[in-house]
Ligand binder design. Structure first.
Ligand code: PLP
Length: 372
């Protein structure tokens, strides 16, 4: 089997699993317990927090462990918007993940926030000018993803974040897809909140972390015993925190690795586009994640391509896994201006660090056999 669905999830890194194992077996203490087993669990949790903070160039106290990207987006967006009421205006883009869009919608429906949805162009880009034109004195939060999960387009955070800050709005970024591919320096970018998901980079599903800048208040969305500095109640998942920290340290986000994978991706894009004039690339051709090659194929349904490729031993995605199962056209592609029937003809290949040129050749031949 050739696995080209790394944007949906990645296999657990053996080192991350090895590091987690003791905290699932012999070291089973509750990190909040006042005895030896509890103290050891608590020390492991704090060590993991320190290692995550080091990776993102922030302070230990600014990291909250979560159950993944969805919870991180909920806590980052809802938590910041409710606790920092400059006003009730929030800004996002239509191409964001549902974890973000639904958190924003919750603020609108239940807490009376006003929402501005920025325009995106046909490649999924948003501009600082478009953001500037909707910002207001009562804008509390701007939430824009670092990289899109369906088409791989990278947002230019270096220009978007200072633009939000011009009016004093906070900036949250969903960094779920970018984490495995690019080093994110929180201090350098001036990010106020950032969420990541462990299962996208070799940690188990259900692990994640949220960064929130130190001075900022955050209203919890999960209420209980006050763990995680009162930000996220519930018995801490020490094993998954340790696995997440280890997987982060195991990642290769070097420029050389990005370039290596991006050149495999570009070769693959070239050969897929050569199959037929019916095929076109989606997303920004240059400013895109190193590992995502996404297409629409005129007149061919994404689901039928998915099945045909799977029969030939190639696993990929027809949209984002989270939206799979309902055959509604992708909200990302329709926001980018694709007609609904074209949006239903999407196919996404997402490479991993182990993907080879041969794997990609096989995937391309399989697609050619089906649609060529
Ligand atoms: N944000 C993006 C961009 C994603 O791709 C995903 C998952 O696909 C999520 C958020 C949700 O993360 P999780 O699966 O950890 O809840």
């Amino acid at each position: 089997m050739i696995y080209l669905d790394h944007a949906a999830t990645t296999p657990v890194n053996p080192e991350a699993l090895k590091a987690a194992w003791p905290w699932l077996t012999s070291e089973y203490g509750n990190a909040s317990s006042h005895h030896e087993l509890g103290y050891r669990a608590s020390a492991a949790l704090e060590d993991a927090r320190m290692r995550v903070a080091r990776k993102f160039n922030c302070r230990t106290s600014e990291i909250t462990f979560t159950s993944g990207g969805t919870e991180g987006a909920n806590l980052g967006i809802i938590g910041l918007a409710l606790a920092n009421p400059r006003g009730k205006h929030i800004v996002t883009a239509p191409t964001e993940h549902d974890a973000v869009l639904q958190s924003v919608d919750y603020l609108k429906r239940i807490h009376g926030f006003e929402v501005s949805i920025l325009p995106v162009d046909s490649q999924g880009n948003v501009t600082a000018e478009a953001l500037r034109s909707v910002l207001r004195a009562d804008t509390t939060l701007v939430t824009l993803m670092a990289a899109n999960n369906e088409v791989g387009t990278l947002h230019d955070l270096a220009s978007l974040i200072p633009t939000a800050h011009e009016v004093g709005a906070l900036f949250h970024t969903d960094a779920v897809q970018v984490a495995d591919w690019q080093a994110v320096d929180i201090a350098e970018l001036g990010i106020d909140a950032l969420s990541i998901s462990g299962h996208k980079f070799g940690a188990p599903k259900g692990s994640g972390a949220l960064f929130v800048r130190g001075r900022l208040a955050i209203e919890p969305v999960i209420h209980g015993g006050g763990q995680e500095f009162g930000r996220r109640s519930g018995t801490e998942n020490v094993a998954w925190a340790v696995a997440l920290a280890t997987a982060l340290e195991q990642m290769n986000v070097s420029r050389e690795e990005q370039e290596r994978v991006a050149s495999l991706r570009d070769e693959f894009i070239k050969s897929v586009l050569a199959i037929s004039p019916k095929v076109s690339l989606t997303g920004n051709p240059k400013q895109r994640l190193a590992n995502i090659a996404s297409f629409v194929v005129e007149g061919v349904s994404g689901e039928s391509m998915l099945l045909a490729l799977e029969e030939r031993g190639v696993i990929c995605s027809s949209g984002s896994a989270c939206a799979a199962g309902d055959d509604k056209p992708s909200h990302v592609l329709t926001a980018m201006g694709y007609a609904p029937d074209v949006a239903l003809s999407a196919i996404r290949f997402s490479l991993g660090h182990e993907t080879t040129a041969e794997d990609l050749q096989t995937a391309c031949s399989a697609l050619q056999e089906f649609i060529g």
